[in-house]
Design a protein around this ligand. Structure first.
Ligand code: 2PG
Length: 228
């Protein structure tokens, strides 16, 4: 039975520092490393062993994938990295402290920027220290200046449909190591969550989420592997 495993990267340095991160490339903390390893140990313990892997172009997701695969002795499986699994771009909020931004703009405005479906944060200024236009990993890629969840869905879902779903449909056990909001985009689609309800969905770090698909590639209920 085709099985999909979703893992949000372990705690990152800016998760710890409470800073808006988005496309900025930050590393895992020690806790994040432990979470990623524990995710792989759980896969091994439950006998749910990935055969194909997908991740973003961001260090925290790539490392989480590798640590988890190492822990379940599956570092050798084929993996693909693609920018369309990146975190949503946080625009002009990138690098700011989340609490200081709340103090300045109010809780409601920050909640809208963080969790509304279609209101993007203010765009990042070209030439900002967080501008990734000249990062070689994004050569030829249209780096956005900001993204709402809606805009994130508009690049995650075509990638899901064209690159991941066919692999899954061939009977593989696919692991996707990605980010809070690129995974919210996917879960919204797979679990048929409305635009309003998605604002309340949070994805915890390092906790494998599982979907099993039937012969018609209809996903079943999602569940946390730790609860199975
Ligand atoms: O900073 C970010 O990029 C994300 C994920 O850590 O934060 P948020 O919870 O605000 O979506």
């Amino acid at each position: 039975m085709p099985t999909l495993i979703l893992v949000r990267h372990g705690q990152s340095q800016w998760n710890l520092e409470n800073r808006f991160t988005g496309w900025w490339d930050v590393d895992l903390t020690e806790k994040g490393v432990a979470e990623a390893t524990a995710a792989g140990e759980l896969l091994a313990e439950k006998g749910l062993l990935p055969t194909r892997a997908f991740t973003s172009l961001q260090t925290r997701a790539i490392k989480t994938l590798h640590l988890a695969l190492e822990a379940c002795h599956r570092l050798w499986i084929p993996e693909v990295k693609d920018w369309r699994l990146n975190e949503r771009h946080y625009g002009g909020l990138t690098g700011l402290d989340k609490q200081e931004t709340r103090d300045k703009h109010g809780d409601e405005q920050v909640h809208i920027w963080r969790r509304s479906f279609d209101v993007p944060p203010p765009p990042l200024d070209a030439g900002s220290e967080f501008d990734l236009a000249s990062d070689p990993r994004y050569a030829g890629i249209p780096v956005p200046a900001t993204e709402s969840l809606k805009l994130t869905i508009e690049r995650v879902l075509p990638y899901w449909e064209s690159e991941i779903l066919p692999v899954l449909a061939s009977g593989e056990t696919v692991i996707i190591s990605a980010h809070g909001n690129s995974l919210r985009a996917l879960v919204k689609h797979l679990s048929n969550i409305s635009d309003d309800e998605i604002t309340g969905l949070e994805i915890p770090t390092g906790q494998p989420i599982v979907y099993q698909f039937d012969d018609a590639m209809v996903p079943g209920e999602r569940y946390y592997l730790k609860d199975s």
